[in-house]
Design a protein around this ligand. Structure first.
Ligand SMILES: [Zn+2]
Length: 384
């Protein structure tokens, strides 16, 4: 049983998701808990902590009611809930965190707590395997980056995702044994300086970029290094990878990690902005049956589960209403216009729309633009 559960600080790779997928404990329960830690939903940190406490209480009760558990098993689950609740409680209010996904399989000594920048519905699962679909829905919102920094005799490869960067040395574990494996990527040294060796080096690095892409299929690639060598290096890249390049950085291979992170965050921001603009174009060119402008049309689209992409003005807060029976969102009170049930008030109906869109696997992009303001800060491209 793990003693502590800490927030995961690295890049949430496919490798980790595969590791979670592989867990199977027949005749046992493993615990997957998705915490809604969105301060926009709960008002402030205190409000968030109260909500977490309530959720943990419900989960404990469920464990107490589970039939056929030995005392030891029951206690193990209760201890795991304690660990998860603790990390959620302590990290509530963390900058940029809106959801927290926790997984513990004590028998396999596996425990993760992933902070996520997207809102999640509060939910938990006690099954023989981890339940990962809500995690996937959140992860699908953002695109992973590959980053390769290269000079004439060195190279480093990184994965960048959700504002974090991580140097990836592990790809060497999976390289076929024919290929010479250096101790660590960063220490790679080719001592002979002849031109053909540059080429060999570049080819070798390009091969590993491709390997990385196969293992952790990044959507965008950033190349960095000295201006004069980048074109040479790029000419060795697989054609498919060349098309993924979104930025070229003039940086040293040994750039400090903090600087690399802030560069990646800027690049992610630029890309999100660009995607939002493109989405707006696409939306305006779409047939009118696929367009939803303004809250009322978008709420209808969400209720019909037709939303494909959602554009939201950031930091828009409006009170609104949600139907507890059919889930329909409303701006104004009164009975639900779809089913007639009495609606419940929510503090922020725009965030409710975001949460609903994420849960429907629609892509959400925040966009601060006058064109969207004219549509009351909300628009959607519908699937059909
Ligand atoms: Zn309703």
């Amino acid at each position: 049983m793990p003693r502590r559960l800490e927030l995961y600080e690295g890049v949430l790779t496919r490798r980790i998701v595969r590791q979670l997928e592989s867990v199977h404990r027949p005749q046992e329960y493993v615990l997957s808990v998705y915490w809604d830690v969105d301060p926009r939903r709960w008002g402030d940190i205190e409000g968030t902590r109260i909500a977490l406490k309530n959720a943990a209480g419900q989960l404990r009760e469920q464990v107490h009611r589970l039939p056929g558990l030995s005392n030891g098993e029951r206690q193990r689950l209760l201890d795991e809930i304690e660990l998860m609740h603790e990390v959620a409680h302590l990290s509530a209010g963390r900058r940029g965190m809106r959801g927290l996904a926790c997984f513990i399989a004590s028998a396999e000594n596996m425990a993760y707590a992933f902070p996520l920048p997207w809102p999640l519905r509060q939910q938990h699962f006690l099954e023989q395997r981890f339940v990962l679909w809500p995690l996937r829905q959140a992860l699908e919102q953002s695109d992973p980056f590959g980053i390769v920094l290269v000079d004439k005799d060195e190279a480093k490869l990184f994965l960048g995702y959700l504002g974090e960067v991580e140097e990836v040395t592990y790809i060497f574990d999976e390289v076929p044994p024919k290929i010479r494996i250096p101790d660590a990527f960063g220490e790679l040294q080719f001592r002979r300086k002849h031109v053909e060796h540059f080429h060999q080096h570049f080819e070798w690095v390009a091969f590993h970029v491709l390997r990385l892409w196969e293992l952790e299929p990044f959507r965008y690639l950033i190349v960095g290094g000295l201006w004069e060598i980048l074109p040479q290096f790029e000419s060795h890249l697989h054609r498919y990878l060349k098309d993924l390049i979104v930025a070229r950085w003039q940086v040293n291979v040994h750039i400090p990690r903090t600087e690399l992170r802030s560069r990646l965050q800027q690049e992610e921001q630029k890309l999100l902005e660009h995607q939002a603009q493109q989405l707006w174009q696409q939306l305006n060119n779409a047939p009118s049956s696929q367009q939803a402008f303004g809250p009322e049309q978008v709420f209808r689209g969400l209720w019909q589960r037709r939303v494909w992409h959602l554009l939201v003005k950031p930091n828009t807060h409006y009170h609104g209403h949600v139907c507890p029976q059919c889930g329909r969102l409303h701006l104004s009170g009164g009975p639900c216009i779809e089913c007639g049930a009495a609606v419940q008030t929510v503090s922020d109906i725009y965030e409710e729309a975001v949460r609903e869109a994420v849960a429907q696997s629609a892509q959400v992009r925040y966009w601060d633009h006058p064109a969207l303001d004219e549509r009351d800060g909300l628009a959607a491209l519908l699937r059909y």
